[in-house]
Ligand binder design. Sequence first.
Ligand code: HMG
Ligand code: MG
Length: 313
Amino acid sequence: TASNQVNIVEVGPRDGLQNEKGVIPVSVKAELISRLGRAGVQIIEAGSFVSPKWVPQMAGTAEVLAKAERFPGVRYPVLVPNQKGLDAVTSLLAQNPASPPLTDEISIFTAATDAFTRANLNTTTAESLERLAPVTRAALDQGLRVRGYVSVVIACPYSGPVDYARVRDVAKALVDMGCYEVSLGDTVGMGTPAQVSEMLEEVKKSVPVENLAGHFHDTYGTAVSNVLTALEHGIRTIDASIGGLGGCPYSPGATGNVATEDVLYALQGSKYHVAGTKDGTIDLEQMVDIGWWISEQLGRESTSRAGRAIRAR
Ligand code: HMG
Ligand code: MG
């Protein structure tokens, strides 16, 4: 049924690659996005328009977007931290008129603690919301969709345990600003299912669950469990990363997002149906191959547990 349809936001090309040490060629990033589209992924976070001084790996996102093979019905959101980022998206779209456009969606981001917002955006949470409001308005005015992220919803690498009332208030502020959805990020990847449950109960007091997404890093091995916990709470959009790539440069020690392959595997035969463009879903075998391919490009093995097991069959 529609209510048990799960949407995956594949964040590998952005969250997955932003933390890499070496330089990843534009051609590899574009190829990753092309392959994900071919495997049936419907929402692919393609990159960021952030300061290259802060996150050098995301330089070249405009070229990546222009180069990647695009598939009908697939969306390619990009991260934008400020007006300058939105201006870059606007000029990319003006220079590359295409139907459908190269992207129709931006993601803005802030955090539940001032310490993390300071590390990630060089400002406080309240100030970041003030700065993001006009950016969101301008994006909506030009017909873009706007998604919001709240980082450190469980624990902060700088200030410790997080007050879930703060998560709730920041999520609500993003929805009030015009975000159609707010993704709740366990940036550190420390959250347990019990903590995620408690956090979601609090956030749901102010934000309808239809407007929420779950974004779990897997540092302590709880990410798949946290995904299932979020689904049981009524969340139907899950951020995941091919091959389990990822990490935030401003969250030291945090590992990648929950692996997309692991989510696909865990939901097989369940009451949930993962939406996608390949026979109505996302092809697990193809995703396993992509997870290995991109990991090999980065000089390592896939960290997806399902990806490793399926490869070893
Ligand atoms: P700042 O230093 O206060 O800003 O940084 P500034 O305005 O002084 O700009 C510094 C320099 O960057 C200037 O260049 C600007 O022009 C340039 P200079 O004059 O020195 O040559 N600049 C830009 N260049 C390109 N695109 C832009 C842009 N903006 C400024 N948009 C700033 C403030 C917001 C820019 C900076 O803090 C920044 O870029 N932060 C982004 C950090 C980031 O991308 N973090 C990772 C993504 S968030 C994440 O991973 C969490 C998530 O996955 C969820 C979760 O897991 O929790 C989403
Ligand atoms: Mg993240």
